[in-house]
Design a protein around this ligand. Sequence first.
Ligand SMILES: NC(=O)c1ccc[n+]([C@@H]2O[C@H](COP(=O)([O-])OP(=O)(O)OC[C@H]3O[C@@H](n4cnc5c(N)ncnc54)[C@H](O)[C@@H]3O)[C@@H](O)[C@H]2O)c1
Length: 290
Amino acid sequence: MSLSEDELKMGGGVAVITGAGGGIGSGLARRASELGMTVIIADISIENAEKVASGIRKTGGKAEAIAVDVSRPEELDHLAEHVFGNYGGVRLLVNNAGIETLGFCWEISAARWESTLNINIHGVVHGVRAFAPRMLAMKEECWIANLSSAGAFGIMPTQSAYIMTKHAVQSFSEGLFLDMKLIGAPIHVCSVIPGLMRTGIFDTVSDPPSTDVDSSQLRSYQQAMSEMARDYGMDIKQGSEIIMKKIAAGEFWISTHPETTAKIITSRIEFLKKQNDPSIIPGSKHLLDY
Ligand SMILES: NC(=O)c1ccc[n+]([C@@H]2O[C@H](COP(=O)([O-])OP(=O)(O)OC[C@H]3O[C@@H](n4cnc5c(N)ncnc54)[C@H](O)[C@@H]3O)[C@@H](O)[C@H]2O)c1
């Protein structure tokens, strides 16, 4: 894929991507390197982060792997201190790290609730809190992209824990966009809305199954979702090219599957207008189907 004029502007800058040791984050890291960026691969797994970083370095790119748990605000502060101290600035921050969680609302363990909310919501909030003031002080054009989901516009039984975090990230990004606009900041805020991607996000979706839920049903649902992502998910390289191009263009809405996203949004609007009972995201499968 050739580079757009917008993408050429990213070259020479530093990209910080959380959860870049695998999945979408690793694809975005490789794409950022192709655009000529130095890439900071921040992941809870230093081994996976190092694999992605060394892959980038082997192709002549610049990358550093750093162990970061985004559920710990102080680790995001240290990351920001480290990057600004050693590289002088950040052109692109992608708050990407996230986990899936499946199960009935009342059966998910307290620990799993906490990690889901802390990683998926607070990881994004504190990524912005740690980086935005330093990015603002640069007084240069730069970008913050937060990973929402097509699921942010619908509701699904047995996926409430995950989906509510994506509703939260979507509204946080909308608010952040407005805050930046209000002060005339040269920071583009982007909401990345992937549809189904070919990643391992469904491979680990819960703690050991709790006692009430039928664990074999949960396992077969998890397996089916993992297979669906592998068989029908969008290729990471393709998805990352689409995402980076739209980020560079400064778009707020960045959807990998715009038609699916539009369908979900249309049915959400109908639901809100009519104040019907909640309905399942059109075309989706859930635990009770298995
Ligand atoms: N895969 C999809 O179909 C899809 C769809 C919509 C949205 N998303 C969102 O995209 C983002 C990436 O998802 P993915 O599919 O690439 O997931 P993935 O599971 O393939 O990769 C997630 C990465 O995040 C890292 N990570 C997990 N917890 C972390 C923590 N506490 N701190 C730092 N890193 C951590 C993991 O080690 C892994 O490298 C998530 O926010 C997800 O919700 C994914």
